[in-house]
Design a binder for this molecule. Structure first.
Ligand SMILES: NC(=O)c1ccc[n+]([C@@H]2O[C@H](COP(=O)([O-])OP(=O)(O)OC[C@H]3O[C@@H](n4cnc5c(N)ncnc54)[C@H](O)[C@@H]3O)[C@@H](O)[C@H]2O)c1
Length: 257
């Protein structure tokens, strides 16, 4: 089977992580990398919140400094977008209009209107658009979802999700500008909200209380997700804490996972 060809747009921490993961893929291959900062290509590994991105020798791949230069020279099937959050919608829409399928890092977009425009573009161009909500593919979260759906430990009584770190910087400090990142509310807490959605479906109501700190956006928050079955569902996220820690605990009638 012919492999799908992928070009990577954005070669910072997450771009590097994606690049190393393509080395083990059997159905797609990385054919080019693109970043507007020349120094980005000097890193042979990056430290991100998932740990070290690992090593990859990408010296044989063509390097480009702009999307325009990339698509003038290459014919990928997929553009993999690992740009800062505020650029996702713009480049995803451009790429789909240029006939490429798109894998785009989270958060999907800075606003609901832009996210809707991305979906509309995918529909009218017939291109695939996938957002990298990676926890849906994590075996631990899949196991939790299966336990809730099967009822094997009885009814779910509570689910608590914690995700806390110091504020990341990113190239040129874009994470610390809420206009670019959306603050921890959008960039980090969306993992909790997406996980809750993935495991339990759309909640009846959500209440979030938060405070503003490093990014100028909401960077420390607690959310309560209301479900008709009465389970106590809480997510907490912060960019105001030292280090990096996360945990998920589900209390069922017959087990705690
Ligand atoms: N799924 C996850 O758990 C997870 C974890 C970390 C980061 N992310 C997401 O990955 C994305 C990238 O984050 P990061 O930490 O790699 O940021 P980063 O700042 O390390 O990397 C972004 C890169 O994009 C480049 N860039 C900016 N504008 C460009 C343009 N117009 N054309 C080409 N290159 C351009 C920058 O030079 C930089 O190298 C963010 O949306 C972030 O939220 C996801």
């Amino acid at each position: 089977m012919e492999k799908l060809k992928v070009a990577l747009l954005g070669y910072g921490g997450m771009g590097h992580f994606h690049a190393t993961q393509y080395q083990t893929q059997t159905r797609c291959e990385l054919i080019a990398i693109c970043d507007s900062a020349p120094e980005a290509f000097a890193n042979d590994s990056s430290e991100i919140n998932l740990g070290s991105s690992g090593k990859a020798d990408l010296s044989a791949l063509p390097h480009y400094s702009s999307y325009e230069e990339l698509v003038r020279n290459e014919k990928p099937d997929i553009i993999d977008i690992c740009l800062p959050g505020h650029l996702h919608a713009e480049y995803a829409i451009r790429a789909m209009n240029d006939c490429f399928h798109v894998l785009c890092e989270k958060p999907m977009a800075r606003t609901v209107a832009l996210a809707d425009e991305m979906i509309a573009t995918a529909k009218h161009t017939g291109r695939k658009l996938m957002i990298a909500q990676c926890l849906r593919f994590d075996p631990a979260y899949r196991m939790l979802r299966e336990a809730v759906l099967s009822g094997k430990y009885g009814k779910l009584l509570s689910l608590s999700l914690y995700r806390n770190s110091a504020a990341p910087t990113g190239r040129n400090g874009w994470y610390r500008d809420a206009k670019c990142s959306g603050g921890a509310l959008l960039d980090l807490h969306l993992h909790d909200t997406d996980t809750v959605h993935y495991i339990l479906g759309v909640p009846e109501a959500v209440t979030t209380r938060g405070i503003t700190r490093p990014s100028g956006g909401i960077d420390e928050m607690v959310s309560f997700y209301e479900y008709a079955n009465g389970a106590l569902v809480v997510g907490e996220a912060s960019w105001c804490r030292p280090g990096w820690s996360f945990s998920s605990t589900a209390v069922f009638e017959k087990a705690t996972v």
